[in-house]
Design a protein around this ligand. Structure first.
Ligand code: NOJ
Length: 553
């Protein structure tokens, strides 16, 4: 065959070196014109992704959902939500992607369902202690009349982690657990029926031909037995990235689930892959998710969270290669996704901004857009030279900044509502993409509707604008992806080089890579011949906030 084959030593599995582009379906392209992106919209724009030069796409959830958390609240795991299209639209999109040599990964949300899922609705109607309730985490409350939640855990989106129900006879009843929004009840993963159901859901999508799954909250499905009280330390990261022993994050029992799923995927041909979304405190622990019989990849969030600092960046790369290498897994690399402030903004932001906090109109010391873009381009230039698999998030190839001025009335992230506006949340990185500068909704659709308003200045970032500009971020991404492929940089080893305390520098075969994270220029060898520069400069002094690939022989 086929365009899908590519070299990816060691082992030749495609996911070891792939560049995977995240599509956030509601904001990618909108064929129906209702202001929300959809599957036919994705199909219509696949050619532009082929031109970009990525290997695979990962689609955030498009399954049936009341959209209380933008699709991460699934009511039917085996169907497409009408706002995104139909199963037939999915099959067409998949076939069209494969025909272009692009693999397709779908999002699987196994920690929780929507409260509108048939199982949860049945649980509400059933009695305490029934098999229907046993699929979720229902408990009696504490206090004299069960009026207090079963423990003190706090939801990632703010507020408590328990919701009390009214029993079918009208009396105040049991409580159920929800790590996220109350509309997202957690499954009980000690329950055999839950396990069997998800094996079947995996097979449903594998049978349709998907190449793998991004597994949502892959560190949260097992809870410590007895659900003990837990007091977060003051600077705890709500997604679990900041501290060691949290009774609902990173429990050992999750690994059995992934060993089981690994076997399910192994029944299929074509190196189908699992990528875990696991926010864990250390890379050492993160690497446990990708032992040879578990997942194939896991997101490298310590890398994503690293500030623009040469020492910190060098050491996270070193440690990633070491820890993932020990278990025989490729490292992954990622700078942006639908949950964090876009890196073309974040890297210029010096204030503390934990995951999910977001940036909005009242945020003090908002980052400088030009510095952010320069750093964003340099960071990507460095990332795409690293061995392993890289994830890109839609719009970063245009250099999109975070939308910082969204008026309150448009906000949809449950974080905003659960914290009564104290945290802006993630809407700022989810604004629909600009495709054509002069068109309605910048070509997101042809009606001008857009579920979040697009900033007027995004005309300058529209694909149509950047396509005609050899210095654009789009041109840079295309060049990086082409060179990465030509030189097989996703595979192989990395040799460190020393260009001083402000630089991260290494060699990939004949290609030298350097990034300047300081404020003064960094001298490169006088005979450096540049393959790519993150922004234009002359001579061999690498300016601040700039990265380059070069040969020097
Ligand atoms: C992680 C997803 O990336 C995020 O968007 C979602 O809100 C939570 N998991 C809950 O599913």
């Amino acid at each position: 065959m086929t365009q899908l084959e590519q070299s990816a030593a060691p082992g030749a599995e495609w996911w070891r070196s792939a560049v995977i582009y995240q599509i956030y379906p509601r904001s990618f392209a909108d064929a129906s014109g209702d202001g929300i992106g959809d599957l036919p919209g994705i199909t219509s724009r696949l050619e532009s992704l082929k031109e970009l030069g990525i290997d695979a796409i990962w689609l955030s959830p498009f399954m049936t959902s009341p959209q209380k958390d933008a699709g991460y609240d699934v009511a039917d795991y085996r169907d497409v939500d009408p706002i995104f299209g139909t199963l037939a639209d999915f099959d067409t999109m998949l076939a069209e992607a494969h025909a272009r040599g692009i693999r397709v990964i779908v999002d699987l949300v196994p920690n929780h369902s929507s409260d509108q899922h048939a199982w949860f609705q049945a649980a509400l109607k059933a009695a305490p202690g029934s098999p229907e309730r046993a699929r979720y985490v229902f408990r009696d409350g504490r206090g004299e009349n069960g009026e207090l939640p079963p423990n003190n855990w706090e939801s990632v989106f703010g507020g408590g982690m328990w919701e009390r129900i009214t029993e079918p006879d009208g009396t105040p009843g049991q409580w159920y657990l929800h790590i996220f929004d109350p509309t997202q009840p957690d499954f009980d993963w000690t329950n055999e029926e839950v396990k069997e159901e998800f094996r079947s859901i995996l097979r449903f999508w594998l049978d349709r031909g998907v190449d793998g799954f991004r597994v949502d909250v892959a560190h949260g499905m097992a809870k410590e037995a007895g659900l003990p009280d837990y007091a977060p330390v003051a600077d705890a990261d709500s997604m679990g990235g900041g501290e060691e022993n949290v009774p609902y994050w990173g429990q050992d029992e999750v690994h059995d689930i992934y060993r089981d799923w690994h076997q399910v995927l192994a029944e299929y041909d074509g190196d189908r892959a699992l990528c875990g979304e696991a926010w864990l405190p250390t890379l050492k622990k993160t690497a446990l998710w990708v032992r040879p019989d578990e997942m194939h990849q896991t997101f490298n969030f310590p890398y994503l969270m690293t500030p623009w600092d040469a020492k910190a960046l060098g050491s996270v790369i070193r440690e990633s290669l070491e820890e993932f290498g020990k278990v025989g897994a490729p490292s992954t690399w990622v700078l942006s996704n639908h949950d964090v402030v876009r890196h073309a903004t974040r890297l210029a932001f010096t204030d503390d901004n934990p995951q999910g906090e977001g940036i909005g109109p009242l945020t003090p010391n908002k980052p400088d857009t030009a510095i952010g873009l320069a750093r964003g381009r340099a960071a990507t230039t460095l990332m795409l030279s690293l061995p392993g698999s890289s994830y890109l998030y839609q719009g970063e190839e245009l250099g999109l900044p975070e939308a910082m001025e969204i008026p309150d009335e448009f906000r949809q992230d449950p974080t905003w509502f659960r914290t009564e506006g104290k945290r802006y949340g993630r809407d700022g990185c989810r604004v629909p993409l600009p495709w054509e500068a002069g068109a309605p909704a910048f070509g997101f659709n042809d009606t001008g509707a857009s579920w979040l308003p697009q900033p007027a200045e995004w005309a300058a970032y529209a694909r149509s604008t950047e396509e005609n500009d050899p210095t654009s971020t789009l041109a840079l991404y295309k060049q990086l992806l082409r060179l990465r492929r030509e030189h097989d940089l996703g595979s192989g080893t990395l040799v460190w080089e020393d260009l001083g305390a402000d630089a991260v520098a290494f060699r990939r075969g004949d290609i030298h890579v350097a990034a300047n994270l300081g404020t003064a220029p960094v001298e490169l060898p006088a005979n450096a011949k540049f393959l790519v520069r993150s922004q234009p400069f002359t001579g061999t002094a690498l300016p601040a906030d700039t990265a380059a690939w070069y040969t020097a022989s």
